[in-house]
Ligand binder design. Structure first.
Ligand SMILES: [Zn+2]
Ligand SMILES: [Zn+2]
Length: 427
């Protein structure tokens, strides 16, 4: 089998505590390790670059089946590769919802056909995401579901959430919580506070998230189930997760780049590209999320990539759907908001984008251990570029960072030992 040597790079693999300039050897589809010696069939020079496990984005909406005008599995995974991401977990709020073994199998089939990034389906907790009746968790696991959520919506019934945690525990799968009290957020378009009052827009209070984070932590404690809080957006949620982890509750937390970069002040121009659920919060919340990332309370960074076709997203603010795309801006926004101000080191950032989400999902990725699948991302941390959504591979353009001058991007991306994306070569 052909061998590949990636040379001169700064090899960072938090799963093994590696951070040093050394070679990485690959044979066929498999990592050999940083050994030196024999002649390689092919050499990639990674001078001044970071070589790390392929990035994992565990919170992505691929929209297929049902809303192919927004995104497809093929376009979403092409966008992932361009963003340096080799594996995504896709959310089940498709039409129909991913609530059956056949739906899982469809996702794997389409991802295989596209041949871009790996896709790991997340199954729905309830049938049709209606919140009434548990989905067939066992069948979904059989079909390859790696976790469970009704994301897009919360699980309104505490009793159903309790049973989901109990059931998923039997399969050692995490339950991913979209924490929102729908009665408290009804009609809201942004965070409830000074800015919403000033703009005369209906707000969604931080408490709408926090009461549900509190409920789900309490249920995780009751059941011994594994809980992951998606898109943590408030200082109060960060503190609830911090305290629960101290008590030994099995709860992990996730932050999105937009929630640690933007605030509700952005809504002053009434641009729907700043409308999402949970909403952008205050500077104090941004600082609390960064503190949570620093002290390990928030283990995972994920994009919540939520594509919407332009004709939908360009409606009036109160009519426009929630969400923004994020796959192709993940790296530079993390560099700008976390690395350059010194909040996280590169190994700390990469840990939250590789081995930590791999552990939450229980997938055998996010590591460069010998024998692992050779999914590798080579990052150019210094590359300067201007974000232009018109150049994105995603089908949608709902990006709040258009025109931003940024640093850092994927230089090359390998999947199973094969170069699938190269910034210079454009494949
Ligand atoms: Zn959500
Ligand atoms: Zn989501």
């Amino acid at each position: 089998m052909p061998t590949l040597r990636i040379t001169n790079g700064r090899l960072i693999d938090p799963s093994q505590g590696i951070d040093q300039v050394t070679d990485l050897w690959i044979r066929g589809e498999t990592i050999l390790g940083p050994q030196s010696g024999t002649q390689a069939d092919r050499v990639i020079d990674a001078q001044e670059k970071i070589v790390c496990p392929g990035l994992i984005d565990m919170h992505v909406h691929l929209r297929e089946p049902g809303r192919e005008e927004d995104e497809t599995i093929a376009t979403g995974t092409a966008a992932a590769l361009a963003g340096g991401i080799t594996s995504v977990a896709c959310m089940p709020n498709t039409e129909p919802a991913l609530d059956s073994q056949a739906a899982d199998e469809f996702v794997y089939l389409q991802a295989g056909r596209a041949g871009h990034a790996n896709v790991f389906p997340v199954g729905a907790i309830t049938k049709g995401r209606q919140g009434q009746e548990l989905a067939e968790i066992g069948g979904l696991v059989e079909g390859g579901a790696v976790a469970f959520t009704d994301d897009g919506s919360p699980v309104v019934s505490a009793e159903i959430m309790r049973r989901a945690l109990e059931y998923c525990r039997m399969f050692n799968k995490a339950v991913l919580s979209h924490a929102e009290d729908l009665e408290l957020t009804r009609g809201g378009v942004m965070h409830e506070g000074f800015e919403s009052m000033r703009l005369g827009l209906r707000g969604m209070p931080a408490a709408a998230e926090e009461v549900m984070v509190h409920r789900d932590i309490t249920l995780a404690e009751l059941t011994g189930g594994r809980l992951h809080i998606l898109h943590v957006s408030t200082a109060g949620s960060v503190e609830l997760i911090r305290q629960a982890r101290r008590r030994g509750v099995q709860v992990s937390g996730e932050a999105t780049p937009h929630h640690f970069t933007l605030t509700d002040k952005c809504l002053r121009n009434f641009d729907s590209n700043y409308k999402m659920a949970p909403p952008l919060r205050t500077e104090q919340d941004v600082q609390a999320i960064i503190a949570g990332l620093k002290d390990g309370t928030l283990e995972v960074i994920a994009t919540d990539h939520a594509p919407h076709a332009p004709e939908k997203k360009m409606r009036e603010l109160d009519q426009a759907p929630n969400g923004i795309i994020g796959l192709e801006t993940l790296l530079p926004i993390c560099v700008m908001s976390l690395i350059e101000p010194g909040h996280l080191t590169w190994p700390q950032l990469i840990e939250k984008l590789t081995i930590n989400p791999a552990r939450v999902l229980g997938i055998d990725r996010g590591t460069l251990k010998p024998g692992a699948k050779a999914d590798v991302t080579i990052i150019d941390p210094k590359a300067e570029w201007t974000i232009d959504p018109n150049l994105f591979r995603s089908k949608s353009r709902n990006c709040p960072f258009a025109g931003w001058k940024v640093r850092g991007r994927a230089h090359a991306v390998l999947l199973n030992g094969e170069v699938k994306y190269a910034a210079n070569g454009r494949e």
